[in-house]
Design a protein. Structure first.
Length: 60
């Protein structure tokens, strides 16, 4: 469960970093923010797949 919070936190941190990059016209922060958002989203998707597989296993 803790990983899920960390992954969402990484995504939110990326959004904030991108927003600051947008506000300051800092292309590096914009790119880093987008990258962190993507990593967080990908990890969240993987967690959902794991949960779905676990749910299927639990039914059998």
């Amino acid at each position: 469960m803790n990983d899920k919070f960390e992954n969402k936190g990484e995504e939110l941190k990326g959004r904030a970093k991108e927003a600051i990059g947008d506000a300051t016209d800092n292309e590096q922060w914009q790119a880093e923010g987008k990258s962190e958002q993507a990593k967080g989203s990908l990890k969240q998707a993987a967690d959902k797949v794991k949960d779905a597989v676990k749910g299927v296993k639990d039914k059998n």
